[in-house]
Design a protein around this ligand. Sequence first.
Ligand SMILES: [Fe+2]
Ligand SMILES: [Fe+2]
Length: 278
Amino acid sequence: MGDIRMDRRGFVALAGAAVAGIAAGGGKARAAAPSGPGASYTFVVAADPHLAENRDGEATGAEKFRRVIAAVKRLDPAPDFMLIPGDLHVNVFDELLAEIPVPVYPVAGNHENAESRERLRALLPDVFQGRDFYAFDHKGDRFIGMCNAAAIDHVGHFETESNTPNVGQVEWIEGEFAQLGGYPRTFLFGHVPPEPAGKPDPMCLAQNDARWLREQVVRVRPTALFFGHLHQRRWFDLDGVPVYGLRSCNWNFRDEPTGFVRVTATAEGCDVREIDTA
Ligand SMILES: [Fe+2]
Ligand SMILES: [Fe+2]
């Protein structure tokens, strides 16, 4: 099976290829390997671990996540870090964190209530720095972790009482976007995706939040956005900017396989490849 090669211009055609099944399976990601800003490297995104959710007749949520950890350890080249875009179940994440062989950057999902978010922030204080949303630099690129899930609510919100702080995230992200001048690549990640066409959807960002996000993405043109929450693959684009709605590593709708993605930062943007752990 072929590689998945993604860049802004090529995304639309390749999204079609992915739907046709070309996306799944083996092959090494192709990547240029320049040094300095714009250098190639890899990271992984493991969505919706639901670690405390143990389904009848299946491995436990923790066991399924240990399959992710084992698969990450086998990757060559080793990824630089792991993003986890929500629905972790922090009580079990607390026990597994030390087993993850790379730095971890999680954000909360709708399964994390205010107390869980506080515990998550305490587990990784240098990442969160007291807030549920944050940004970090990696090899000259900018990563923005959004917290757009309200506890319990399947509709996504940037402002909610279960966030710390409960308001102000939109303003903060706009501040981040205003300072991206020197970054060759920018990646955004969060739990709840926008609906591709901006329609009302009970499993997507609230419509006004989605309108704002689309407006920003069209203007700022980040390299890619990653989301969880859907428990199925939904890859699309916002005006040519690739958006990856990811499968869960615990369970998925439509009998889609569990797994995570390996992302290779390339000169053109990024390559995204699914790795099944079922
Ligand atoms: Fe979930
Ligand atoms: Fe969710």
